[in-house]
Design a protein around this ligand. Structure first.
Ligand SMILES: Cc1cc2nc3c(=O)[nH]c(=O)nc-3n(C[C@H](O)[C@H](O)[C@H](O)COP(=O)(O)OP(=O)(O)OC[C@H]3O[C@@H](n4cnc5c(N)ncnc54)[C@H](O)[C@@H]3O)c2cc1C
Length: 490
């Protein structure tokens, strides 16, 4: 070990976080790309976490690689220390504790690998896995091109794409991961390689839904398509008109002739500090430059308190403001499309939330409904296939994202119990109506849920086989504890 680095690290073994030998070894190779508690670069990463739960964990050191080769060097060292645990961080929009940060281990912060380039004939966009979607859209808008990615520009390319990815273009091109032409990836051995339809095709499919279970992706090569302006905005309605909104949503999401240019999220909001303070609104997008598409006529006819639909481009619409640090929690479920079910979901949420009071504090609840139409899921077996298990044979469905955000960590347990209860109650109602689907979208799931299990027995077995082949010692299973794992024993 380089003695001077050992001395340098010794000075910063503060905050009672022991400096681990793997940190010392990585620092001997990557030098200033490894930072320690008390340094500004360490704090910069810690402060960039989106949720309080993630920012409250303190790794022994943080590695900020500049190149894919740096990632490879770090993984080679980490794999040689089986007791050293580590986390992989993109733009940290998965809020659960430990998914992209770790106490006492090593956090690899990928956000410096954020370049976006395109090949000469504009058929492949290469995106550093640490980019945000806004970087991508800003670049592609100038070329009148786009790709399937996050609707909020602050979200990371890495997590969203490895978990599936619902974009405004989903009905036209499928999950974001269905549009990956190639993953550049560092495997458990530290080897930097490529997974695509012809090289490591088993890994190629496994990565589309497999999250951080197979390696660290350093670059995503995505297939772009021509794209001009879009119609986008928010329509807010009085909560008393919610049934009309649910009907309008269901008429679009459940249509046998789903309009491929229509993309919408209908959301309910509730602030626990004001009894009965429900709001309802829909983010409606039409991915063609049409100012009043017929598909939204029913929505537009409902009395609204706000309607901001306008023609714009994706980089402008996706340029959202960051939220202040808060605790966040996600829960999810998938259901067959029905306005009656949505109405019963509202009643069920209301009956729980009406009685929930947090002395001198608040929780904001946001319940979003997002179409999962068959014209989207049909892409699941194209381009090498994905591992999500969503299929047109399940019919048109919608995904629910139940989020809670709250400032005071004292209420963590209350929020967890309440969110679990509401998700359970909704599943019972949907089940009674014959509308409960098995699928749980991994990017919206709580650690108490089992999204990988929801991909179906065959997909789970497939993922395990691919893991045993490319990671025989279980580096990603044992040494990267954060995120949803494959349940393999070593
Ligand atoms: C405000 C907001 C808006 C959202 N909008 C959408 C949306 O429009 N569509 C949608 O589908 N989802 C959306 N999501 C959910 C989002 O897809 C997930 O939170 C996603 O996992 C975030 O990715 P990230 O890289 O920012 O997060 P991180 O928390 O950094 O990473 C998430 C997981 O992926 C792993 N990971 C990240 N990068 C890599 C890599 N390069 N190699 C291996 N593993 C990696 C991490 O280890 C972690 O376990 C949204 C979330 C939020 C909070």
């Amino acid at each position: 070990m380089d003695q001077s680095i050992g001395q340098f690290i010794g000075q910063f073994g503060i905050r009672s976080i022991p400096v681990s030998s793997c940190c010392i070894q990585i620092a001997s190779v990557l030098r200033s790309k490894v930072s320690f508690p008390g340094t500004s670069s360490y704090e910069a990463t810690q402060e960039s976490y989106w949720s309080i739960q993630e920012a409250s964990l303190y790794p022994s050191c943080i590695v900020v690689p500049d190149t894919a080769q740096d990632v490879s060097e770090a993984v080679k060292i980490l794999a040689g220390f089986p007791d050293c645990q580590f986390a992989i961080k993109g733009h940290s929009h998965m809020p659960a504790s430990g998914f992209a940060n770790i106490n006492g281990g090593v956090t690899i912060d990928m956000t410096t690998l954020s370049s976006v380039t395109i090949n000469n004939d504009h058929t492949v966009v290469s995106i550093g896995s640490g980019a945000q979607w806004l970087n991508v859209y800003t670049y592609l808008d100038t070329l009148d091109l786009s790709v399937a990615g996050g609707r909020n520009g602050l979200v990371g390319v890495g997590g969203l794409t490895l978990g599936g990815g619902i974009s405004y273009f989903a009905p036209r091109v499928g999950w974001a991961c269905d549009n990956v032409a190639n993953f550049e990836i560092v495997l458990a051995s530290g080897e930097l390689t490529n997974a695509n339809a012809t090289s490591l095709p088993d890994l190629f499919r496994a990565l589309k839904g497999g999250m951080n279970n197979f390696g660290i992706v350093t670059r995503f090569d995505l297939t772009p398509f021509p794209q001009g302006e879009i119609l986008a905005g928010v329509i807010a309605n009085p909560i008393s008109d919610r049934d009309a909104v649910f009907t309008a949503f269901s008429n679009i999401a459940g249509s046998e002739e789903y309009d491929p240019y229509a993309s919408l999220v209908t959301g309910l909001g509730y602030n626990s500090s004001v009894k009965g303070s429900w709001s309802i609104g829909t983010t409606a997008v039409y991915t063609k430059p049409e100012s009043s598409p017929a598909i939204y006529a029913e929505f537009v006819a409902i009395p609204s308190t706000q309607n901001t639909l306008h023609l714009t481009n994706l980089s402008t619409f996706a340029d959202e403001t960051n939220t202040p640090p808060l605790n966040w929690q996600f829960f999810t479920g998938t259901y067959g499309v029905s306005a009656n079910l949505m109405s019963r979901i509202f009643d069920s949420l209301n009956s729980t939330l009406y009685n929930l009071e947090l002395p001198s504090s608040w929780v904001f609840w946001d319940i979003a409904f997002e179409p999962l139409p068959t014209i989207m899921t049909q892409y699941g077996d194209k381009n090498g296939g994905n591992s999500l298990g969503t299929s047109p044979k399940d019919g048109n469905a919608f995904v629910m994202l139940l989020s809670a955000l709250w400032p005071n960590s004292t209420f963590d347990e209350v929020v967890q119990e309440t969110a679990e209860k509401m998700t359970r109650d909704i599943a019972c109602i949907a089940d009674d109506m014959g509308l409960l689907h098995e699928f749980q979208y991994i990017n919206y799931a709580d650690p108490s849920q089992d999204p990988i299990g929801s991909y179906g027995v065959q997909n789970v077995e497939y993922l395990r086989q691919v893991s045993r082949k490319h990671d025989p010692k279980g580096v990603w299973q044992r040494q990267v504890p954060g995120g949803f794992k494959l349940g393999l024993k070593y």
